[in-house]
Write a protein that binds this ligand. Structure first.
Ligand SMILES: [Zn+2]
Ligand SMILES: [Zn+2]
Length: 452
């Protein structure tokens, strides 16, 4: 058997620490069967794969190790009897003690929150959970959270507790181990809801909260399905205001800080531009989009609008980003930015989702369309793209397959290029080009002077 620390080491050598950041699996000091994940790794041949393998196989290991969550919510007494069996008589609420006997009498949904302050995903998730907890309680939802610490020591537990407004199980390593086993917690952070009358519970509550924030409550599978259906109807429903506005905000912002009503976008072709100031490919794409935008604004008036859905890291960066763009933006402090990324499944930026005048999506690959065809592709429908492609083909059919130009010693062949610079006029070119196979020489078809 190989110790867990050597597993971590061999994994680190392969630079796949990121996977462990995502899942943050807790390895015990020495390998034992106490965590099913470390057990899988240490007791099987997979370790051999890890030490000499590729990234994909390691992902496979982690995927295999995905914990088998209970599918049904457990009753509160499952928790309280485990505590009682360890002679715990009270829970901690700040400086106060909450007697176990009276805990959970009111019909509240109680979530056990397994977390540790040494765990980076916990560190980033806890503030989101605090926000959700405070919000839900403000709007009268009955939720209580109980912190079960997997901290290494009492100081760690205390430091962690200071950042949490909810109740905690007193620090007791053995009891926490027991609770992890009882509630089948094999990774942290983890939330386990109790008191849901045996309803099916969403498998990945942390992911659900990351995606939907407070809307995720009460974390059941039914709720996940409702939210997914809501996303689908927003995406396909043909209502731009449902996509861009939300209760209490019916506007988007302009680069000068002004507010533009979302209702003014109804009936227009709208590009939702997912980008960020810190992202160099976004800056390159922004320049192309600005060009197409300006052309369309002058040729088609207000038929086309772009709304930035920023992935900037803070308000300051967002302000700089928006200030340099001629179009509109979803306000930075707004959940809608996250909602739109989820609804359109945006995994990388820059991305451009094109919405038609009927409010329904035309293409999620607007970036490619703009990069290739620019403003010419308007209104970006399948038929307009096909038209462009047909006319390009026609153009090519009229050109000779190869030429001999007086400016160049070799034969130049007709080719198609996304972008090039003409070696004669030094201007940019797109699509048809006469190129030399022998040297890197390109010529616009219009710059050709055929040798006699
Ligand atoms: Zn030229
Ligand atoms: Zn040449």
């Amino acid at each position: 058997m190989i110790s867990a620390s050597s597993v971590v080491y061999s994994v680190r050598k392969k630079m796949v620490v990121a996977i462990f950041d995502v899942y943050c699996i807790k390895f015990p000091e020495t390998c034992s069967a106490s965590s099913s994940f470390s057990h899988i790794i240490c007791s099987s041949n997979i370790l051999a794969c890890i030490s000499r393998t590729k990234f994909s196989q390691v992902i496979l290991v982690v995927a295999m190790a995905k914990p088998d969550y209970q599918s049904k919510s457990l009753p509160l007494w499952d928790f309280t009897t485990t505590l009682a069996s360890h002679e715990v008589e009270f829970l901690l609420s700040g400086e106060e003690k909450v007697p176990l006997a009276s805990f959970g009498e009111e019909k509240t949904i109680i979530c056990l929150f397994f977390s540790a302050n040494w765990c980076r995903p916990c560190q980033s998730f806890t503030p989101k959970l605090v926000h959700l907890y405070n919000r839900l309680r403000t709007i009268g939802k009955e939720l209580e959270i109980v912190f079960v610490s997997l901290d290494h020591d009492y100081d760690g537990f205390n430091a962690n507790l200071k950042s949490m407004p909810w109740i905690a199980v007193p620090f007791n390593v053995n009891l926490h181990k027991k609770l992890c086993e009882r509630f089948r917690v094999v990774r942290i952070p983890s939330l386990v809801p109790l008191n849901l009358d045996g309803q099916s519970v969403e498998e990945d509550i942390i992911g659900l909260i990351e995606d939907y924030g407070e809307d995720a409550f009460p974390f059941t599978r039914k709720r996940r399905e409702e939210l997914k259906a809501l996303d689908d109807s927003k995406r396909q429903g043909g209502k731009i205001d449902q996509l861009l506005a939300r209760p209490g905000r019916d506007y988007v912002v302009a680069s000068n800080g002004g507010k533009i009503l979302v209702s003014e976008l109804v009936g227009k072709t709208v590009g939702l531009y997912f980008g960020a100031h810190w992202c160099p490919p976004c800056r390159a794409f922004t320049a192309q989009l600005v060009e197409a935008y300006k052309q369309l604004r002058s040729s088609r008036g207000g038929c086309f609008e772009v709304v930035l859905v920023s992935s900037d890291r803070d308000q300051k960066e967002f302000d700089v980003n928006v200030g340099g763009m001629p179009w509109l933006a979803v306000p930075f402090e707004d959940q809608t930015r996250q909602d739109l990324c989820r609804i359109f499944n945006i995994k990388a930026i820059p991305a451009l989702v094109l919405i038609g005048p009927d409010g329904k999506p035309i293409s999620t690959n607007g970036r490619n369309i703009i990069t290739l065809y620019g403003a010419k592709a308007f209104p970006f429908t399948q038929s307009s793209i096909e038209e462009i492609e047909a006319s390009l083909k026609k153009e090519g059919d009229l050109l000779p397959r190869q030429i001999q130009d007086i400016k160049h010693e070799h034969v130049l062949k007709l080719d198609m290029a996304k972008a090039y610079v003409c070696d004669y006029c030094e201007r940019q070119g797109k699509f048809w080009v006469f190129s030399c196979d022998a040297c890197d020489y390109d010529l616009h078809p219009t710059c050709v002077e055929e040798a006699c």
